[in-house]
Write a protein that binds this ligand. Structure first.
Ligand SMILES: Cc1cc2nc3c(=O)[nH]c(=O)nc-3n(C[C@H](O)[C@H](O)[C@H](O)COP(=O)(O)OP(=O)(O)OC[C@H]3O[C@@H](n4cnc5c(N)ncnc54)[C@H](O)[C@@H]3O)c2cc1C
Length: 303
């Protein structure tokens, strides 16, 4: 049976499953539907020695009202983080801020968030979405970092263009990067698709970022091989703890997470929450057969 066929078999019925069942499948990875639930999870993570980043679930806003709603929720998030003295920043998908609808409107909204985050000594990470928006996302990041130090974005190791993007970013200003493998299914012409090739690319990019002087690098992976490699690189290049942090998704690789924290490495957990968890779960499951596999496996595993 081909992987694709298996994937289709696993995920085709998901949008038709009862919401309560999809919730059971996804809840390990999602803090809840509101900010209060996200803050509870962040507090628990902070108590366990991890910092966090909250992500309001949502993508592809199509009206200005939706963009304003998303922006206001993020503004409430940074205000709450400040008030509750949580060790937490925010991660944003620009499509949630209307990128595909009106890129300038999106820029104005994310700029407002960056400005308010700066006032509250917080940080805004711009997630990277699929390849149709890589250029415009990097462009908005570069415009923002001309005025704000408290913004960063994401580089996907799977993308063949990434070494050039990293070089350009490092050559042109202070660079805060989260490095991940990349979750979107992309064409072979523009992306590595074999797991080994993506791993090799990841190692090369991580070294490029450290050696090239990135202000801070988020090492976002649960791949034990890459985590070991990163630890070796940090040791070899004598990278100060202020210049990196490991990053993991809520509910994933918790043992490895605890062991990294136990060894004194900075570690941030990505905490998604929001009303739109159903659409998010279905889309994630559809996009990535591996995740469909993980979630289905979770259904049969005791926690
Ligand atoms: C903090 C963070 C932020 C991210 N931001 C982005 C982004 O902005 N843009 C983007 O394209 N991608 C993003 N990603 C996703 C990333 O690109 C990968 O798709 C994802 O992390 C899986 O790759 P991996 O490096 O963990 O390696 P994999 O080889 O996929 O996973 C290694 C091991 O981790 C475990 N694992 C991994 N993922 C899951 C899961 N979801 N559920 C259960 N177990 C799992 C499994 O045990 C697996 O064997 C982010 C990931 C993290 C951790």
């Amino acid at each position: 049976m081909s992987v694709n066929f298996l994937h289709q078999l696993l995920i085709a019925p998901i949008p038709y499953l009862p919401k309560s069942l999809v919730w059971t499948l996804s809840r390990r990875y999602i803090a809840g539907t509101d900010l209060a639930s996200a803050f509870d999870v962040v507090r628990t993570l902070n108590n366990a020695g991890c910092c966090a980043t909250v992500d309001v679930l949502g993508e592809d806003s199509t009206t200005r009202e939706e963009v304003e709603q998303a922006r206001d929720l993020y503004l409430a998030a940074i205000a709450g983080i400040d008030r509750k003295k949580l060790d937490c920043n925010v991660s944003v998908k620009l499509s949630d801020f209307g990128l595909r609808m009106d890129a300038e409107y999106c820029y104005a909204a994310i700029r407002e968030l960056a400005r308010r985050a700066k006032e509250q000594r917080n940080f805004v990470r711009i997630d990277m979405e699929d390849s149709s928006v890589t250029d415009v996302t990097l462009n908005i990041y570069q415009r923002l970092r001309n005025d704000f130090e408290n913004v960063g974005t994401v580089i996907q190791a799977c993308m063949r263009r990434s070494p050039d993007d990293v070089k350009h970013l490092l050559d042109t200003g202070p660079t805060h990067i989260r490095l991940c493998k990349g979750i979107y299914l992309e064409a072979e012409e523009i992306a590595f698709t074999a797991a080994d090739d993506i791993r090799v690319a990841y190692g090369v990019l991580l070294e490029q970022l450290f050696v090239g002087g990135a202000v801070k690098v988020g090492i976002a992976t649960h791949d034990p091989h890459l985590v070991e490699q990163a630890k070796g690189l940090i040791e070899r290049l004598q990278i100060d703890r202020s210049r990196y942090e490991f990053q993991m998704l809520l509910g994933v690789a918790e043992n490895m997470r605890a062991s990294l924290v136990g060894d004194g490495h900075p570690l941030r957990v990505y905490v998604p929450f929001g009303e739109r968890w159903f659409a998010y779960s279905v889309r994630r499951l559809r996009e990535n057969p591996e995740i469909a596999g993980h979630i289905v496996r979770n259904l049969f595993t005791r926690h």
